[in-house]
Design a protein. Structure first.
Length: 270
């Protein structure tokens, strides 16, 4: 879907689910647009009942249910905006702009996808696996979180035929440590499929390590960046992404050129 397809719309809340202690999933009813959403795209949401928040907030499109005409966003309560969003009730209407941005692409000859997520970076990958559900592709997820209670939707990912590798900072579930550590071992010891593609979203340090891994194993990799996107359509210029071009400073915008980029074409700051 190109940028000319974006539109402003008002969607009523269909359902609300508490996923973890502070993470919520909201399902919105929008039957016309829902079948068109692609994994990696996002919506920019006007926070309801919070007039002091002027700018919209971006949320990855987490999953879709075309039969019900619904799409979902997944978010953590980190401030007054997400707290206000968490407090809306079924039937409340929310103003949004979308779908925005580009999407994850999976070449026809791909034999394995490896998804690397940290924290809420897992959000866009459910829809991605939905879209790959009927393709004969090995699906592996490396998912790191602060603790066991911070993991989201593990059973649902397994139902989409994905193999999960988990790490936690405190060792409460899976391996203790960074998620890129078992990823390194997996790639060093596994018999890699002929066409393996990496996809990642999450904290900056994790993304930088995935970038190294991509270069080391000569694997194509794509990153969904989480830059602050205030307007969502390139007007505010607040989500600049530097290109990795020595001797020349060039930038793309996460909201219009991304948020998905080939990981070795950009500079990951931090």
């Amino acid at each position: 879907m190109n940028q000319n397809s974006k539109k402003m719309f008002v969607a009523p809340l269909y359902s609300k689910q508490k996923v973890t202690k502070s993470v919520y999933r909201l399902d919105f009813y929008e039957p016309d647009l829902t079948p068109l959403f692609r994994a990696g795209q996002f919506v920019n949401v006007s926070i309801p009942r919070c007039k002091e928040i002027v700018w919209r907030r971006p949320f990855s499109i987490h999953r879709v249910n075309s039969d019900k005409g619904c799409f979902s966003v997944l978010f953590d309560i980190v401030g007054r905006g997400t707290l206000a969003l968490k407090n809306i009730q079924k039937g409340d209407k929310v103003n949004m702009l979308g779908p925005l941005g580009n999407s994850f692409e999976c070449p026809d000859d791909t034999e394995q996808v490896i998804l690397i997520a940290g924290g809420l970076g897992i959000a866009p990958f459910y829809l991605f696996l939905q879209q790959l559900e009927h393709r004969d592709i090995k699906k592996t997820i490396f998912y790191g979180a602060a603790s066991a209670e911070r993991f989201c939707c593990l059973n649902e990912f397994e139902q989409l035929d994905a193999t999960l590798y988990l790490t936690t900072d405190d060792g409460s579930e899976g391996e203790s440590g960074l998620i890129t550590e078992p990823l390194w071992r997996y790639l060093e010891t596994a018999e890699l499929k002929r066409k393996t593609v990496l996809y990642t979203c999450g904290p900056t340090l994790m993304l930088k390590e995935v970038q190294k891994i991509s270069k080391q194993f000569k694997l194509p990799a794509f990153v969904s960046v989480e830059n602050v996107m205030a307007c969502g359509f390139g007007a505010c210029m607040g989500c600049a992404v530097p290109l990795d071009q020595p001797g020349e400073k060039r930038y793309l915008l996460a909201c219009t050129d991304g948020p998905v980029f080939p990981i070795n074409e950009i500079v990951i700051d931090g």
